[in-house]
Design a protein around this ligand. Structure first.
Ligand SMILES: NC(=O)c1ccc[n+]([C@@H]2O[C@H](COP(=O)([O-])OP(=O)(O)OC[C@H]3O[C@@H](n4cnc5c(N)ncnc54)[C@H](O)[C@@H]3O)[C@@H](O)[C@H]2O)c1
Length: 384
């Protein structure tokens, strides 16, 4: 096999973008073989824009049960990610699942078990892991050369969204259709990166404000306090209504500080470990010597195309993925903990009670708002 036949389930904002990348030949090892979408207008778009050879289905399940493809990319609303991934793996298909891995960790755990039993490739669309700056931060922090982490601060409020965005899909920004707001739609990238680079905290206290800036029932403004197993602390702030927003990810370690802002990574490198300096310096106001440099990276940032290339590479040649599918549970654990903490109005220790989370989520699903979607499909370019 020199090409993988790929099916895409869900030809909405994201699925359409993936189709376009494949049509433009950006991932030569993947051949678009089939698509599925429940909406007639999306299937009509597919008929008009995709080669005749692409088989069109209405239901994702029918695509999975056909013999039309070897692998599938799941780009439907989040609740269905685990269910369709499990079905696909059981059908013997390789799976690339859009973020987030699911809505609650209990369902994602079942998906991971199915993946572990299967010999198929299971990958997660964490396209931000291809960004050279985040890769460099991961390398510098996990190598240990900067010592232990003392503080993590990420303010990411540049996820600006209008009311029209929220009105575009009936599932969007509802407990029953989406299962959350900014934490579950925009922030899965940040949730994954923060855990990939800094590890998972052991305790979380979050304040999620529902519909603070938009007419929605889920959160669009969040401030969370994090505590790590080594005693490091952190703050994570996000919102979808700050204009202009901020995206500043700062990690303070024993040997200095990394600051990622405005597509630049700056290293404030200490000459000595701050812990040693603090205990040995003679002057009360002495500070450790520090050199500030812009960190060089390889400049590569392939985003979704990079994830798809790696997915095909793993299937065809056994080369590494950008993100293993089973790692999707980590970022979701973090956002579930934030939601649970806010719902209970108390700090939550990790691992948290998954049954309690589900009970609390289901309470909100029962009274969830039913709404019509405007059906508008937006260009996702630059929105991730
Ligand atoms: N990686 C990224 O950067 C990124 C960006 C945007 C969206 N996403 C993810 O992609 C997923 C979809 O988001 P979107 O904005 O494209 O949503 P969307 O509403 O624009 O599109 C979803 C499409 O899926 C179809 N669908 C739903 N269930 C189906 C089923 N069982 N079978 C066939 N078709 C089905 C719907 O008809 C709809 O057209 C979400 O999970 C979202 O988090 C990822």
């Amino acid at each position: 096999m020199d090409k993988v036949r790929l099916g895409i389930i869900g030809i909405g904002n994201m699925g359409t973008n993936h189709c376009k990348s494949l049509l433009e030949g950006k991932v030569p090892q993947l051949e678009l073989a089939a698509i599925a979408d429940r909406q007639e207008n999306r299937r009509n778009w597919a008929k008009e824009h995709l080669p005749e050879s692409v088989v069109i289905f209405e239901e994702g399940k029918d695509l999975l049960e056909s013999a039309a493809c070897d692998a599938v990319l799941i780009a439907v609303p989040h609740y269905q990610h685990p269910e369709l991934s499990i079905l696909a793996l059981n059908q013997g298909l390789h799976v690339l699942c859009e973020k987030p891995a699911g809505v609650y960790t209990k369902q994602v755990r079942e998906m991971n078990q199915a993946a572990e039993k299967s010999d198929r490739v299971f990958a997660m669309m964490f396209n931000q892991r291809t960004n050279c700056i985040y890769r460099k931060m991961h390398e510098l922090v996990t190598s240990g050369e900067l010592g232990a982490i003392k503080r993590v601060n990420w303010i990411v409020t540049d996820w600006y969204r209008t009311q029209s965005y929220y009105d575009s899909g009936s599932w969007r920004a509802t407990w029953d259709g989406e299962g959350g707001g900014v934490l579950l739609n925009q922030c899965p990238h940040n949730m994954d990166l923060i855990q990939w680079i800094c590890g998972l905290p052991s305790k979380v206290q979050a304040f999620c404000h529902n519909g603070k800036w938009h007419d929605i029932e889920v959160e669009d403004d969040v401030t969370a306090y994090l505590e790590y197993p080594n005693g490091a602390t952190g703050v994570f702030v996000t919102a979808t209504a700050d204009a202009p927003g901020t995206n500043r990810f700062e990690i303070t370690l024993e040997m200095g500080k990394l600051v990622c802002e405005n597509d630049t990574l700056t290293l404030h490198k200490l000459a000595v470990n701050e812990r040693t300096f603090c205990k040995t310096a003679k002057g009360g106001f002495d500070t450790p010597e520090c050199t500030v440099t812009e960190v060089e990276t390889d400049g590569e940032n392939e985003q979704h195309v990079g994830v798809m290339k790696a997915f095909a590479g793993k299937i065809l040649h056994g080369t590494p993925l950008i993100a293993e599918g089973v790692e999707g549970i980590n970022g979701l654990t973090l956002s579930n903990a934030m939601h649970l903490s806010s719902w209970l109005n108390q700090a939550v220790e990790l691992p948290f009670d998954e049954e309690l989370f589900l009970e609390e989520l289901n309470k909100r699903r029962t009274s969830s708002r039913k709404k019509e979607g405007s059906g508008v499909v937006f260009d996702t370019e630059g929105s991730y």
